[in-house]
Ligand binder design. Structure first.
Ligand code: PHE
Length: 455
C-alpha cells in the first residue's frame, strides 16, 4: 500500500537527504542563538537540559516527522489530512500543518534580519576594521549597525531575495552540491576559532560556564526545550516536508541520529569557541542577540590571517542560515503548489513579500521600536516585537507542534503503519514508540506547566 508519489520530486539519494536535513538544522540556531541563550540562562544546567531534550524529545520527534512526511508525500497540511483520514481520524489534523506554516513564516521573518547582520559582517570583517580592535570598539561597531534601520532593511531584503531564488527553483537544484562541501568547511572554521579561544587563557572558564550545572528556572527549562525543537527544525513541518521527498529505502533512524549529532556538535563547538572570548575580554555572557557579533570579531582581529578566516566564517554562517531559511517556507510553498496550482516561483515570491514585511517589525525592534515592549501574564514580560516572535515560535508553537506530532505518531497511527514506514530494528521501534507515546508528550506538558509556574 501507500505507493504515493510526491509531485515535487525526490532527493537523488540518501546522502542528499541527510545533507539537506542537516542544512536545515544547522543554522543561526547553532551559531548565533545557542551561545546567547545559554549565556542568558546561566550556562551549565541550561546546556544539560537542552542535551537531554535533544536525546529524549528531539530525536524521536525527528523520526516521527520524517516518517509522517514520507508516508504522506505532500506538504505537511495535506500530509496530516491524508494520514488522519487513512487512520479514520478527523481531517482537522491539517491544522497541525497550518500551525507549522505560520510558525515557519514568523521565524523566517526575523531569521532573515539576523542573517542580514551576518552578511554585513562579511564585509565589515573583510574591510579590516576589526584588526587589533578592542572589545569596546567591536561592541560599538555592532551597535552602529543595529541602530541603523536602513542598513538592516537592505540586508534583510537581500537575504529574502536569496532565499526566494532557491525556493523558487525547488529545494534540490544547486543546493545538493553546495551543501556537500560548505557544511564541512563551516565545521573546520569553527574549529579554527576554537583553536584561537584555547590561546586566550580563559578556555577552562568557558568550559566551566557551559558545562557546570547550577540553578535553573522553569522559564529557562522551557527555553532549553524550545531550542531543542528550533535547532533541529522540528515541530513545524520543515523536516516533515523534507521527509516527503525521501526515497523509501533510506533508514530514518540513521538519518535522524546523524542530523542530531551534527547539529549538536556545531552548537557545542560554537559555545566553546565563544565563551572564552567573552571572559577574556570582560564581556557579559548575557549580552543577548549581539553576542557572537561582539565576540568573534575580537578573535578575527587578533589571529593570524584573521581577515580571511573571518570573511569565510561569516560567509559560511550566511550559507548555513540560507539552507535553513529555505526549509522554513518549503511547507508553505509546497502547499500552495499542491492546492492552489500556483507555480513555485509565484508561491515563493508571494510568501517572500509577506515575510519581508513582517520582518520590518524585527528590524525596528533593534532601534526605533526598541522600547516598545509588552507583557503577557504568565508567559513573558517586557518583550519587544522581535523577542515576542522568537518566544512564541520557538518556545510555544514548535513544542506544541511536536506534542501533536508525537500524539499522532504514537497514539493514533496504527502500529502496523508506523512499523512499516520506520522499518527499523524491533528494539529501536519499541524505544521510539515509548518515547513518542509517553516521554515526549508528558515532558512537553510538564515543561509548559512549569514555565507558567503552575507546578
Ligand atoms: N534549525 C534552524 C537553525 O537552527 C532553524 C529552523 C527552525 C529551520 C525551524 C527550520 C525550521 O538555525
Amino acid at each position: 500500500m501507500s505507493e504515493r508519489q510526491s509531485i515535487h520530486g525526490q532527493w537523488s539519494n540518501r546522502l542528499v537527504f541527510i545533507l539537506a536535513a542537516t542544512g536545515s538544522a544547522v543554522g543561526l540556531g547553532n551559531i548565533w542563538k545557542f551561545p546567547y541563550i545559554a549565556g542568558e540562562n546561566g550556562g551549565g544546567t541550561f546546556v544539560l537540559v537542552y542535551l537531554v531534550c535533544i536525546a529524549l524529545i528531539g530525536i524521536p520527534i525527528m523520526m516521527a516527522e520524517i516518517m509522517l512526511g514520507r508516508r504522506g508525500k505532500q506538504s505537511p497540511i495535506n500530509t496530516m489530512a491524508t494520514l488522519a483520514s487513512e487512520e479514520g481520524k478527523s481531517n482537522g489534523w491539517a491544522a497541525l500543518g497550518w500551525m507549522g506554516v505560520v510558525a515557519g513564516f514568523l521565524i523566517l521573518s526575523y531569521y532573515s534580519v539576523i542573517a542580514g547582520w551576518a552578511m554585513s559582517y562579511v564585509f565589515r570583517t573583510g574591510s579590516g576594521m576589526f584588526t587589533g580592535a578592542t572589545a569596546d570598539g567591536v561592541s560599538s561597531i555592532f551597535s552602529d549597525l543595529v541602530s541603523d534601520p536602513e542598513k538592516l532593511i537592505a540586508w534583510h531584503t537581500i537575504f529574502m531575495v536569496l532565499t526566494m531564488v532557491v525556493v523558487s527553483r525547488g529545494v534540490k537544484a544547486g543546493l545538493e552540491k553546495a551543501v556537500t562541501f560548505l557544511m564541512p568547511l563551516l565545521f573546520a572554521l569553527l574549529l579554527l576559532v576554537l583553536g584561537y579561544s584555547m590561546t586566550t587563557g580563559y578556555f577552562s572558564q568557558g568550559l566551566e560556564f557551559l558545562f557546570t550545572p547550577g540553578e535553573i528556572t522553569g522559564k529557562a527549562i522551557l527555553i532549553a526545550m524550545g531550542h531543542a525543537f528550533f535547532t533541529l527544525s522540528l515541530g513545524m513541518g520543515a523536516i516533515m516536508v523534507y521527509g516527503s521527498y525521501l526515497p523509501k529505502t533510506t533508514s530514518i533512524t540513521q538519518a535522524s541520529l546523524w542530523v542530531a549529532f551534527a547539529d549538536t556538535a556545531v552548537a557545542l563547538i560554537a559555545g566553546m569557541a565563544i565563551f572564552p572570548i567573552v571572559f577574556a575580554n570582560g564581556l557579559e555572557p548575557g549580552a543577548g542577540p549581539g553576542l557572537i557579533f561582539k565576540t568573534l570579531p575580537i578573535a578575527f582581529g587578533h589571529m593570524e590571517g584573521g581577515i580571511l578566516i573571518g570573511v569565510m566564517f561569516f560567509l559560511l554562517v550566511v550559507f548555513a542560515a540560507w539552507t535553513s531559511a529555505i526549509s522554513l517556507i518549503e511547507p508553505a510553498v509546497a502547499y500552495m503548489v499542491e492546492n492552489k496550482g500556483y507555480k513555485r516561483v509565484y508561491s515563493s515570491v508571494l510568501i517572500g513579500i509577506v515575510t519581508w514585511f513582517v520582518g520590518l517589525g524585527s528590524v525596528f525592534s533593534f532601534n526605533i521600536w526598541a522600547d516598545k515592549t509588552w507583557s503577557i501574564p504568565f508567559l513573558f514580560e517586557d518583550k519587544n516585537f522581535f523577542d515576542t516572535l522568537d518566544y512564541l515560535t520557538a518556545n510555544i508553537m514548535l513544542p506544541l507542534g511536536g506534542l501533536f506530532i508525537a500524539i499522532f505518531a504514537g497514539w493514533l497511527m496504527r502500529k502496523q503503519a508506523s512499523t512499516e514506514e520506520l522499518n527499523t530494528l524491533p528494539v529501536i521501534y519499541k524505544v521510539w514508540l515509548f518515547l513518542v507515546k509517553f516521554v515526549t508528550p508528558v515532558a512537553v506538558i510538564i515543561v509548559f506547566l512549569k514555565a507558567v509556574s503552575v507546578i
